[in-house]
Ligand binder design. Structure first.
Ligand code: NDP
Length: 276
């Protein structure tokens, strides 16, 4: 029998680690699965997804800049995906329709709790950024019952808008960076795209509480600028998004195959490959 087909679409895509991660999951769970990476610019997304599913494809991951388009493409969405306005996982259903889910937020929470022992419950959480990645993590963070969830963004209006959208789930505050002076947080999550260009969000120096954690959703083969910032400002832990990447992939794999792969060995291998 031919393997079931899965793929990740994005632009750029050549450096994607997802094919490797899914190959490791498939080997571990003994699933006959082929997972490829395809360069798909935004303007070609709908046609490419139609062709993929018409040729028997079972599921897609969608990354930058396609998550909003994937949201619009999905005929059904989970409540989480519906609210977030962004979909990173499409799954063909038995009736031929396509379900959209966002596994990014669950991936983040699983990495924090299971892999790093960091609880969000009753803690003050600060999210930096109000783009697609931020939208995907807000509801899963609220589900952990934090003491406070504050979104800071350069364009303050976008943070205000997100706080409003998610007010149906729980209380979310919003502000600009200058409003952070004098405030302290237990967990700071960088959901801006600044690390991709080696920059930092304009944070005041002393926003970290005692025993705090910094988490950059971005990852690369070096510690990101924000990971260094956290270490330099006294964070107890300063992590990047590689664990989240593996955990969101595991969540997508589960949605597709109804099997939950073990992630620890996969994360260890991905970390070993980048050498830090
Ligand atoms: P978007 O382009 O949708 O949003 C970018 C955000 O960054 C906006 O809030 C923007 O602010 C802010 N920003 C950009 N430049 C600056 C700057 N110089 N100073 C302050 N703020 C700035 O990107 P995404 O939300 O899609 O992605 C964000 C990050 O999350 C990326 O690094 C991506 O790789 C990562 N990610 C990681 C995942 C993982 O599995 N580990 C999963 C998903 C995303 P403004 O609104 O003012 O423009």
């Amino acid at each position: 029998t031919a393997p079931d087909q899965y793929a990740v679409f994005g632009d750029p895509i050549s450096h994607s680690k997802s094919p490797k991660i899914h190959q490791l999951f498939a080997e571990q769970t003994q699933q006959l699965v082929q997972y490829t990476a395809q360069l798909v610019p935004a303007e070609q997304f709908t046609v490419a997804a139609d062709i993929f599913f018409a040729q028997g494809g079972k599921g897609l991951n969608c990354t930058i800049p396609l998550k909003e388009l994937a949201w619009a493409y999905a005929q059904h969405k989970t409540r989480r995906a519906q609210l977030s306005g962004a979909v990173n996982t499409l799954a063909l259903q038995d009736d031929g329709s396509v379900l959209g889910e966002n596994t990014d937020g669950v991936g983040l929470i699983t990495d924090l709790i299971n892999n790093h022992g960091i609880s969000l419950q009753n803690r003050r959480i600060l999210i930096l950024g109000a783009g697609g990645a931020s939208r995907g993590i807000i509801e899963p963070i609220l589900s952990q019952a934090p003491r406070q969830l504050l979104i800071a963004n350069r364009t303050v209006d976008k943070a205000v808008e997100l706080a409003k959208i998610f007010s149906v789930v729980g209380e979310v505050d919003s502000c600009g960076y200058t409003d952070l002076c004098g405030e302290q947080f237990d967990v700071i999550i960088n959901a801006t795209s600044t690390s991709l260009s080696g920059q930092l969000p304009p944070l005041p120096g002393n926003v970290l509480a005692k025993n705090s954690c910094c988490y950059d959703l971005a990852y690369s083969n070096q510690p990101t600028a924000f990971v260094y910032w956290g270490l330099a400002h006294g964070a107890e832990k300063s992590l990047d998004g590689l664990g989240m990447l593996v955990e969101q992939a595991a969540e997508a794999f589960y949605l597709w195959r109804k099997l939950r792969p073990a992630t620890a060995a996969v994360i260890a291998l991905m970390n070993a490959q980048r050498g830090y």
